[in-house]
Ligand binder design. Structure first.
Ligand SMILES: Nc1ncnc2c1ncn2[C@@H]1O[C@H](COP(=O)(O)OP(=O)(O)OP(=O)(O)O)[C@@H](O)[C@H]1O
Ligand SMILES: [Mg+2]
Length: 354
């Protein structure tokens, strides 16, 4: 069914290191918002061992998905790729119906990730599992652009930072897997304590160069081509924004990573109400603060349709924190605002161009 894509889709893994931070809730509504902005979207439940994206989409868990693709010899990704909900929206279920697929071999993963990049969609969102297991990291590293979801709490910033740090080490480990000296240099940095202040990427790059001439430059390039985008979820107060600043700073100082603040998403009862009703939050109430924030994220992301490489290379996001902060307040509609019709929603989604 899925023919080879003419233009490579923008693959957007949605990670963050911790469980229960809203990766799946955001993936579901963001996917739907992108489809309503007339982009074709595939949402993939890549949470092996913990698949539950179907719940956030209000779909039954009765179709084969990644679990079957990873365990059956002759089942391709295209065969489990299914249209859902509305035009331009596609869903690939996880492994809810299969046991023990959480650690597939590197070869199987590579084949799967190649197939993901060939899906006929403008955007492919990968809803990742919690933690920093190798499979989660490998899914996360499929694309140079990715979303990091984080809650506005101090331990959450540490978690998000450690998630990025783990991903960085995994990326370098994959590049330098065949060289003993660079492997040793990497391991000596990796074994330092977690959290901020334990290392500086410049020292790591220098150690890599000392281990193998040329390795430093390759490592530096690998770090620089990687552009995580931060989504701070469940924001309650303006003070919460400070946590985004903190991650920006730590990622830049220790890891040399430029984290763009893509947006703030408010705490909103609509998420739980939608889960209880078996609906997508964006659909249940498109005017809710959560839905508006997600629509705004979708609008920003939709600009990069067909331009995966350009988005990855894009550096013009100085001031992204301030922009996201300014956009936040108008997201809250006055009490008693009626539900928009479908046409109004389209307008609402498009109107956020301005
Ligand atoms: N903006 C929000 N406002 C209110 N509740 C939210 C918001 N975002 C997420 N939640 C709630 O947080 C809980 C966890 O969300 P979700 O399952 O999407 O997290 P997750 O990161 O995918 O977790 P896991 O890693 O376990 O899959 C859900 O009960 C969801 O309803
Ligand atoms: Mg989830």
């Amino acid at each position: 069914m899925a023919v080879k894509a003419i233009i490579e889709p923008v693959v957007l893994p949605v990670g963050g290191g911790k469980g229960g931070i809203g990766k799946s809730a955001l993936t579901a509504s963001l996917g739907l918002a992108l489809a309503r902005l007339e982009r074709s979207v595939t949402v993939v439940d890549a949470d092996l061992g913990g698949s539950d994206l179907h719940n956030f989409l209000g779909l039954d868990n009765d179709r084969p998905g990644l679990g079957e693709v990873l365990t059956a010899k002759d089942l391709s990704l295209a065969e489990v790729w299914q249209p859902a909900l509305e035009p331009r929206f596609f869903f690939v279920p996880g492994d809810a119906m299969v046991v023990a697929t959480a650690n597939p071999s590197f070869q199987k993963k590579r084949k799967l990730l190649r197939a993901i990049k060939n899906l006929a969609s403008d955007f492919v969102l990968l809803d990742l599992g919690a933690g920093t297991a190798i499979t989660v990291m490998d899914f996360y590293l499929t694309s140079p652009v990715s979303l990091v979801v984080m809650l506005p709490e101090r331990p959450a910033v540490l978690n998000a930072f450690n998630f990025l740090k783990n991903a960085l080490f995994r990326a370098l480990e994959r590049i330098f897997r065949d060289n003993l000296a660079t492997k040793k240099a990497l391991a000596s940095f990796q074994s330092r304590s977690r959290g901020p202040g334990a290392m500086k990427v410049a020292d790591l790059i220098a150690a890599m160069e000392a281990a193998l001439p040329g390795a430093g430059e390759r490592a530096a390039n690998a770090v620089q081509r990687w552009r995580p985008k931060l989504v701070l979820n469940r924001v309650r107060r303006v003070d919460d924004f400070a946590y985004a600043r903190q991650l920006e700073r730590w990622a830049s100082e220790d890891l040399g990573l430029m984290v763009e603040v893509l947006g703030f998403v408010p705490e909103d009862d609509v998420v739980a109400e939608a889960a209880a009703a078996g609906r997508v939050a964006l659909d249940l109430n498109p005017r809710a603060a959560f839905s508006r924030a997600v629509a705004l994220l979708a609008w920003k992301i939709s600009q990069w349709s067909g331009k995966a490489q350009a988005w990855a290379a894009h550096k013009g996001f100085a001031g992204s924190f301030e922009r996201a902060a300014t956009e936040f307040a108008p997201l809250f509609p006055p009490p008693g605002t009626p539900m928009p019709t479908r046409e109004e929603l389209l307008k609402l989604l498009r109107g956020q161009k301005a």
